[in-house]
Design a binder for this molecule. Structure first.
Ligand SMILES: NC(=O)C1=CN([C@@H]2O[C@H](COP(=O)(O)OP(=O)(O)OC[C@H]3O[C@@H](n4cnc5c(N)ncnc54)[C@H](O)[C@@H]3O)[C@@H](O)[C@H]2O)C=CC1
Ligand SMILES: O=C(O)[C@@H]1CCC=N1
Length: 269
């Protein structure tokens, strides 16, 4: 029998997962039930995706085999307490919240409930997500494989230990924001060079997409790929020199370190 999925809290990230999951065809829209805080937004999601709506969190959870909690971190334990009464022992509860540990999830759920901490990212919406999967000890291997399959249906998904969650937040969960800033800055430069703005976004984004594909598909070190672009005495090395002078690498490392530290602070509650 096909599984049913309940979404509780379906904003930016929840919708990216919902859209990715439906586009993949892995779970039919009619097997998905969504509850969001505002009834209007539930109605809009039902209209847009063809899923079923729910009047409250318990209704979204009651018949679901897998529940994805997509509310802000501060709201997660409240939602878990609301749905605890309708969970079956085999129900898998997934939280995508930054800074909410498995220990916190378990503390708000019935004893021995199957719980998973997932850190996705918004490119899920375009079938290019990257998600980490951290199951608690009550998931069977089949359960974990099922969760990996769900999140792989709109990108990549890998099981990671909870100790790596801060690195995951820094390098993929939050990362689209830095990459969008980089693309925006590249496009601004192209506009400075006279290119129309829409065309500048297209050229910048395609350059980033192609470069990322080369890293993933060539097996070559990013430094070696960079060297392939830098002709001796040419244009690229001029730009590389400025990026080094202005501390691009240090800025990126520092930014991600701050991101990881924030994730750690949030995890302490
Ligand atoms: N935005 C992102 O790129 C990522 C977000 N996350 C995590 O995803 C979670 C949601 O983040 P966003 O989607 O950005 O936030 P958002 O504010 O866009 O979405 C949250 C949704 O939950 C709803 N909501 C709030 N309280 C509720 C309740 N008690 N019951 C039902 N619905 C409720 C809100 O109406 C809203 O639609 C956060 O915990 C965040 O840490 C994780 C990875 C990436
Ligand atoms: O900014 C945040 O806290 C969330 C978690 C990862 C991406 N967005």
């Amino acid at each position: 029998m096909e599984q049913t999925i309940g979404f509780i809290g379906c904003g930016n990230m929840g919708k990216a997962i919902l859209g990715g999951l439906i586009a993949s065809g892995l779970v039919p829209a009619q097997h998905i039930r969504v509850y969001n805080r505002s009834a209007d937004s539930v109605a809009a999601i039902v209209r847009e995706y063809g899923v079923r709506g729910a009047a409250d969190a318990s209704e979204a959870a009651r018949d679901s085999d897998v529940i994805i909690i997509g509310v802000k971190p501060a709201g997660v334990t409240g939602v878990l307490k609301q749905i605890s009464g309708v969970l079956r022992p085999e129900t898998i509860v997934i939280s995508i919240a930054a800074g909410v540990t498995l220990e916190t999830l378990q503390g708000a759920l019935p004893e021995r409930q199957k719980a998973v901490r997932v850190m996705p990212n918004t490119p899920a919406l375009v079938n290019a997500g990257m998600s980490s999967i951290t199951p608690n000890e009550y998931l069977t291997q089949d359960d974990t494989e099922n969760v990996v399959r769900l999140f792989s249906s709109f990108g990549k998904a890998e099981v990671v230990p909870e100790s790596l969650i801060h690195a995951v937040v820094g390098v993929s969960g939050s990362a689209p924001a830095y990459v969008f800033m980089f693309i925006e800055a590249m496009a601004d430069a192209a506009v400075l060079g006279g290119m129309p703005r829409a065309q500048a976004y297209e050229f910048a984004a395609q350059a980033v997409l192609g470069s990322a594909k080369m890293v993933l598909e060539s097996g070559k070190h990013p430094g070696a790929l960079k060297d392939m672009v830098c002709s001796p005495g040419g244009t690229t090395i001029e730009a590389v020199k400025v990026l080094e002078e202005q501390g691009l690498r240090a800025a990126v490392i520092n930014a991600i370190q701050h991101c990881m530290q924030k994730s750690e602070v949030m995890s302490r509650g």
